[in-house]
Write a protein that binds this ligand. Sequence first.
Ligand SMILES: [Zn+2]
Ligand SMILES: [Zn+2]
Length: 272
Amino acid sequence: MPQNDWQRRIARAEELGAQYSFAAEILRFYVAIARFQGNFYEELGRSFERSRAEAGRVESEPFVRPLHPELTGRFGRFLSVVEENGPDPLREAARELRDGGADSHFQMLTVFWNESETGPLPPGPRDFFARAFLQPYAAGIRSWSNMRWSGPTPYRCPFCRRKPGMGVLRPLGDGGQRSLVCSFCLAEWEFRRIVCPGCGEENHAKLPVYTAEELKHVRVEGCDSCRSYIKTVDLTKSGLAEPIVDEMASIPLDLWAQKQGYTKLQCNLMQL
Ligand SMILES: [Zn+2]
Ligand SMILES: [Zn+2]
């Protein structure tokens, strides 16, 4: 029986990979990444508990604190996972990073960590390596520190300040309540259904929705004002979906949206 979030994602990725040939390769790679992330998350959780026991308190505002150099201790192992399982360009990038040494890894991770102040890294290998490696840490410090949000509905993650990577519709009464999911720390926050998360457009006529035959429970939500789109996983139609995985698997929707001239608000972990 799958237990934690990462194990559920792995099981879902294996299931969808067997079902949809167009997503098989990406999901196979994601399974390897998610295994690393799940183990890393548990290791980090144990050391967080130890330091909480020693300090007798929890750090507030963990996302504004500088990244700790100790974290890079596990980065070499992550590079091996990519070297063994990744697509060719990422394997090559992993080898180059390995040659660069620990100081350059820490520098790259720090640039990504601080990017809510300095602006985002462009999509590509460096964004992939930093995002995938630090994601369990970001998800962990958010939940272990019991961070809560009670302010107005934000367009960016209220915790780590990154853009949302996708939406989720959860059953509510006769319909669905939309939430956005952070592209980095995976936090979820409620967001009105008929509003573009890119620019705030509220005109229904400018917010087209598109679904495809292959995965009927995933939809493209476009915006004709800023020409951005996100994908939303509709859990009222498929209670078995694991939003991050189903978003990743629905590649035909990205191809369709990009052909229509929309740009994704934020690339997912696989840089799609
Ligand atoms: Zn976040
Ligand atoms: Zn917009």
